[in-house]
Write a protein that binds this ligand. Structure first.
Ligand code: PHB
Length: 386
């Protein structure tokens, strides 16, 4: 073989291998709760993510998507082992997960150590885009602080409440949301009388409801979600407290739960980066497609799953499907503006959405937008050095 033929052959082989790489499937690890109190949240996130991928013809940056699923059971004790199954055994290209803040922190640690791409489609743990922030970690949802700070300011300034009690599950999400509510509430002159907690995922609220009734604060702020939120809102109404002490929350208290909560939820005010009646073209299209595909109404979790897909597409397009190029991937995501069903958002330097936080009121089966609690709110990203 002469030299020219040899060079031509090498070039051909190279081209063939690049093409093969380009068409290799992209492995997406979905680590979500598929059992327990957050099951519906995990399912909505998976549905939203898959809807986005389906709208792209089943491919991102030319690569077909292959899914590997792990049920994390919202159990922090099993989180490291579960995420390592995806990283080491399945060798996924990207992980999408999860709902529970405690599980997400273990995932962020493992993603950072192994330099695996991680997109968090719910869990608000402040540290994930704070002290633990990293080039390869992104969030399509919110920080716990971001979801609840505005409710504190609304309760004090607009609703003119002077005293409040908070009630939540005792773990990072509940602790960070109630602390953020307190920060907003006390900055505007309110006073928190007491923080009440139950262990996650317990739903025995009776003793604490009795304590609230006796203390008679002007308002109560709560974080619960999924099955636990349904039970709490119903118990609060059954105790008659909804008639005497207004219940506020981060919007998770009433999102995806209104069919089950019924009358007990009417009139509850919450803050969240999504509502059921935003009347935005992108939201209308999303809601119609989601309902047609899944015979279900979407909620905030479905939106966050969908937007995890959008983030992945923007990053992958910039690196032509090569997930090893983390810095280029991150630069593209940070430069982008996302047209989300929630409204537009951009990514902060710490990789958390900068977004409007709506004030919402439960009317019938909807969380209706009645105002904006915080415009283009960015998480303070305490401790992030990116
Ligand atoms: C969390 O653990 O961060 C979390 C869980 C459920 C929600 C919101 C936040 O609805």
């Amino acid at each position: 073989m002469n030299r020219r033929t040899a060079v031509a052959l090498t070039a051909l082989t190279l081209a063939a291998s690049v093409q093969a790489q380009g068409t290799e499937k992209l492995k997406v690890g979905l680590m979500l709760p598929f059992s327990g109190t957050y099951t519906a949240l995990g399912v909505a996130i998976e549905n939203g993510f898959k809807l986005f991928v389906q709208e792209q013809g089943g491919k991102l940056a030319g690569r077909e998507i292959e899914y590997v699923k792990v049920d994390d059971e919202s159990d922090p004790a099993k989180a490291t082992e579960n995420v390592n199954k995806l990283i080491r055994r399945d060798k996924v290209d990207v992980i999408v997960g999860t709902v529970h803040s405690g599980v997400a922190m273990a995932m962020a640690r493992a993603a950072k150590e192994s330099n695996t791409l991680l997109i968090v489609p719910n869990a608000g743990a402040d540290a994930v885009t704070g002290a633990m922030c990293a080039t390869n970690i992104f969030r399509s949802s919110f920080s716990n602080w971001q979801s609840s700070y505005g409710m504190g300011t609304v309760a004090a300034k607009q609703e003119k409440k002077k005293t409040a009690m908070t009630i939540t599950w005792k773990y990072a999400a509940g602790e960070e949301m109630t602390t953020a509510f307190k920060e907003g509430f006390e900055k505007d002159g309110g006073k928190i009388l007491k923080h009440l907690t139950v262990p996650f995922p317990n739903v025995e609220f009776q003793a604490l409801l009795t304590e609230i009734a006796a203390a008679k604060p002007d308002a109560v702020f709560a974080f619960f979600a999924g099955g636990g939120a349904v039970k709490f809102v119903k118990d609060y109404a059954a105790a008659g407290l909804n008639k005497s002490i207004p219940l506020y929350g981060s919007g998770f208290l009433t999102d995806g739960t209104l069919d089950a909560q019924g009358d007990a939820a009417q009139g509850i005010l919450t803050t969240l980066h999504y509502a059921d009646d935003l009347s935005l073209p992108k939201d209308k299209a999303f809601r119609t497609a989601y309902a047609r595909n899944y015979k279900l109404q979407p909620d905030v979790y479905a939106v966050q799953g969908y937007d995890a897909g959008q983030i992945l597409k923007v990053g992958l397009d910039a690196v032509k499907g090569d997930v090893s190029k983390k810095a280029e991937f991150a630069a593209a995501v940070q430069k982008s503006t996302f047209d989300s069903p929630r409204g537009g958002f951009t990514m902060s330097r710490a990789h958390n959405p900068v977004q409007d936080v709506y004030l919402r009121k439960v009317v019938g089966k909807e969380n209706q937008k009645i105002g904006i609690a915080s415009k283009s709110l960015s998480d303070p990203a305490r401790g992030c050095k990116l």
